[in-house]
Design a protein around this ligand. Structure first.
Ligand SMILES: [Zn+2]
Ligand SMILES: [Zn+2]
Length: 292
């Protein structure tokens, strides 16, 4: 299996866009990219805007090559309604737009789906389903919370298997909850791309209690599934100090021979946390080329 993280927070934009070749099937998950409209009360830096454009171009390129596109939920860092031709002639798996969805995502789905219906080969509601396409199996979790409650709606987790299993959690922000974990443990993945705990809002929009649960759960994934690479990114890598905050998860990884890393690390690059460094980007032009 080939797994390529295309756009991620550790690569400088808000996204989890990932391309997978499983058996003879080419799959693109969550093809979109966005930026924090305001961080440290600052708008996106020109470097972030440039990176966003580069990531989008890569998404389009991988999208053209894909047979299957998966949309795990209707936030703009996971689907892009302004470029429906990306879905031209694709088999598209979408989060159920009618059930287990909040108002904002339901409205966005209502706008997006008619646009792709005009061009997609087939659109399939994914929640809780399993599919075989050629020699690959694609399985979707039942809807789970986006984060730790239903305020932001629901997402589907994705598991893709050929001779091994890759698991993509989408925006679980942790995972802190049992049903988010159940699917991961059941699938016994070798590689996991996980949306880590939202530590940059710790004690404010993300509780210490949920943070502790998430850390215990990440250790459990390492201990119980035999995962060899655990990629933690997205909400977690909006925090410049994310490695220190989850030091005990790294320790468990070392003990169990599991690489714990960012999506940038997965492809051999240094983190380039542009959003987390936004203040520095505006303040000190000398430092803008740090990172990859
Ligand atoms: Zn989201
Ligand atoms: Zn997201």
């Amino acid at each position: 299996m080939d797994i390529i993280p295309i756009a991620f927070d550790s690569l400088g934009t808000r996204s989890m866009a990932t391309y997978i070749e499983a058996g003879d099937v080419k799959i693109l998950i969550d093809p979109a990219v966005s930026l924090a409209p305001s961080r440290f009360k600052l708008p996106p830096h020109p470097m972030e805007l440039k990176r966003q454009e580069e990531h989008w171009q890569k998404i389009v390129e991988y999208g053209r090559a894909s047979d299957v596109i998966i949309v795990t939920h209707y936030h703009y860092d996971h689907h892009n309604p302004s470029f429906p031709s990306l879905y031209d002639n694709k088999i598209v798996f979408i989060k159920d737009p009618k059930n287990n969805i909040n108002k904002s995502q339901s409205e966005r789905a209502g706008f997006f789906i008619p646009l792709i219906e005009k061009v997609a080969r087939k659109i399939i509601i994914s929640d809780g389903t399993t599919h075989r396409i050629k020699n690959a199996k694609i399985r979707f979790s039942p809807p789970v919370f986006h984060g730790t409650n239903q305020r932001l709606g629901f997402v589907t987790e994705v598991s893709i298997t050929d001779s091994e299993t890759f698991l993509f959690t989408s925006d679980v922000e942790g995972p802190a909850l049992k049903n988010q974990m159940d699917f991961i443990l059941e699938e016994h993945p070798r590689i996991v791309f996980c949306d880590g705990p939202m530590t940059y809002m710790l004690g404010y929009r993300y509780s210490y209690n949920n943070f502790n649960l998430a850390k215990e759960n990440l250790k459990k994934i390492i201990e119980k599934t035999g995962v060899s690479k655990l990629v933690l990114d997205h909400h977690l890598t909006r925090d410049i100090n994310w490695r220190d905050k989850i030091a005990d998860v790294f320790d468990t990884g070392v003990k169990r021979n599991c690489d714990v890393l960012s999506a940038a690390g997965f492809i051999g690059l240094n983190d380039n946390l542009l959003e987390a460094r936004r203040r520095e980007l505006y303040g000190n032009k000398k430092n803008i080329n740090k990172g990859d």
